[in-house]
Design a protein around this ligand. Structure first.
Ligand SMILES: Nc1ncnc2c1ncn2[C@@H]1O[C@H](COP(=O)(O)OP(=O)(O)OP(=O)(O)O)[C@@H](O)[C@H]1O
Ligand SMILES: [Mg+2]
Length: 242
């Protein structure tokens, strides 16, 4: 079953086209990778999928479980179970991680046991008494972002570079947490990545490559990843110009 589909999606922010006719889909149980160089439009695409008001959809459609959600608000999309783990999560001075976590969990009917289990998998128990992201290291921020995303009990998540700036051990913990999310009811995921590092620990089925606002190629995740590691993004550029 198709969970999420973007069809020829074009997005503008501040009057600038940042996503150009992007089509991709994710089916039940799938983990899909989205590769692409810096500034190619990956985060902008994520923002538009979520319905961020600064990212205006100027063409194309988004379908969630077959329903056209292109005109839905951010809140409506989140209430359907669509969310993202952000590349750069904000600091929340004055709000303790534990308090925020319990509030999110309660709102999404996630039990205290599950909350504790996720905190244990991600090894962030020692951060619960601190203000969210204030003074957290890069790796701690990433793990906390995955934690707070998991507590929303989502059906579909875009993970925006969960493996950037984190050490190998944290990549393992994050992969375990994503696996746990699938056990808890996650149906599919799109993982934005530069390295595809996570696929050592998580099985991804397909991958897309985005360059200069467009999807330029698509294929089995392992093949695309190996090509990018060996040749950079050239292979995709060549394919496109054929
Ligand atoms: N709110 C905004 N205002 C102006 N320009 C923006 C805005 N959001 C994105 N852009 C521009 O759109 C382009 C794509 O940015 P985006 O963050 O989507 O790239 P990305 O593929 O996620 O890159 P990275 O791998 O570095 O995270 C960039 O040139 C960026 O400066
Ligand atoms: Mg980005």
């Amino acid at each position: 079953m198709r969970i999420l589909e973007a069809k020829e999606l074009s997005v503008e922010t501040n009057g600038k086209l940042v996503v150009n006719k992007v089509s991709l889909h994710v089916d039940t149980g799938e983990i899909i990778l989205l590769f692409g160089p810096n500034g190619s439009g990956k985060t902008s695409f994520t923002m538009a999928l979520l319905g961020h008001p600064n990212y205006k959809i100027v063409g194309g459609k988004i379908y969630f479980y077959g329903n056209d959600i292109t005109a839905y608000s951010l809140e409506e999309r989140i209430s359907l179970g669509l969310t993202a783990a952000f590349q750069f999560a904000p600091e929340l001075k004055g709000i303790k991680l534990g308090e925020l976590a319990r509030e999110i969990a309660e709102r999404h009917c996630v039990s205290e046991d599950t909350l504790n289990e996720l905190a244990k998998i991600l090894q962030i128990g020692y951060l619960l008494d601190r203000y969210v992201n204030v003074g957290f290291s890069g790796g701690e921020r990433k793990r906390v972002e995955i934690f707070l995303t998991a507590l929303q009990s989502p059906k579909f998540v875009v993970f925006d570079e969960p493996d950037s700036g984190v050490d190998r051990d944290s990549v393992v913990l994050i992969s375990k947490a994503i696996e746990k999310m699938f056990e808890l009811g996650l149906k599919g995921a799109l993982i934005i990545t530069h390295t595809g590092f996570l696929t050592k620990y998580l099985e991804a089925s397909r991958a897309y490559v985005m360059i200069n606002r467009r999807i330029v190629c698509e294929g089995p995740a392992e093949i695309i990843k190996d090509h990018i590691i060996k040749y950079g993004f050239n292979m995709c550029v060549m394919k496109r110009s054929r």
